[in-house]
Design a protein around this ligand. Structure first.
Ligand code: SF4
Ligand code: SF4
Length: 223
């Protein structure tokens, strides 16, 4: 359910994408809806742009809610299509990594999973952004990526082909991630509060404690 204050995006005096109306009840879905409304009012020239963002020159974090939606709840089905980087207790799960074109891009340059695309794709806007937008983007993308790491480990732990020696470290890492994740096991973005993402992510380090405190002051001004 939407909060009493409506979250919206607008262009500020510096021509940056800015955010207004973030309340303690605002959800990740409210943020994504506000981004869609902003794009409707300020369409980007993607069809004629030579940058071709989905063409794969970036790393795109996978997100847990998107993974559940794209796979219709069978996350194990899409794991082989993702790019997983695991080393020294650090696990990354990407939709796109490096120079490969996103597999969800069709021959006409359209996204085949547009309604279920990950947070990294939803929040990317190729124009200048305000500090508040950057904090929300960083926190939401990082939190959903964090939860995706646990979803991946769930698949690893359930896979009979996983070597016995890998079970214990995978289980320990999963437990560590789950204990600090607020997006894990959620099926919808409307179940995740933005304020929880910012708070949780300051622990995952993409948002600094000072930014998290500033953000808290901001939402305290609204209902
Ligand atoms: S998002 Fe921006 S940079 Fe990327 S293809 Fe569209 S217009 Fe070009
Ligand atoms: S999921 Fe869709 S929006 Fe995201 S990189 Fe792939 S084609 Fe582009």
């Amino acid at each position: 359910m939407k909060g009493l204050v409506t979250l919206k995006l607008f262009l500020n005096q510096e021509n940056e994408v800015a955010v207004d109306g973030v309340s303690s009840k605002a959800t990740v879905q409210d943020f994504f809806d506000a981004i869609d409304d902003f794009f409707t009012a300020n369409p980007l020239p993607c069809e004629t742009c030579k940058q071709n963002c989905c063409g794969g020159r970036f790393k795109i974090n996978m997100d847990s809610v998107s993974a559940r939606k794209i796979s219709r709840g069978k996350v194990e089905r899409i794991i082989p299509k993702l790019f997983v980087d695991m080393g020294e207790n650090k696990l990354e799960v990407f939709l796109v990594a490096g120079n490969k074109k996103c597999r969800n891009l069709n021959g006409l340059g359209r996204c085949l999973v547009y309604k279920e695309r990950p947070a990294s794709c939803r929040t990317y806007i190729c124009i200048a952004k305000s500090s508040c937008y950057k904090i929300l983007e960083a926190a939401i993308v990082a939190e959903l990526h964090h939860a995706m790491r646990a979803e991946y480990l769930d698949v690893v732990l359930a896979d009979r082909a996983t070597p016995a020696a890998a079970i214990e470290p995978a289980g320990a890492l999963r437990q560590e991630i789950v204990s600090t994740s607020i997006a894990y096991n959620r099926n919808n973005y409307s179940e995740i509060l933005i304020k929880d993402c910012v708070k949780a992510d300051s622990a995952h380090s993409n948002v600094t404690p000072a930014e998290a405190a500033w953000f808290q002051e901001l939402i305290n001004k609204n209902v």
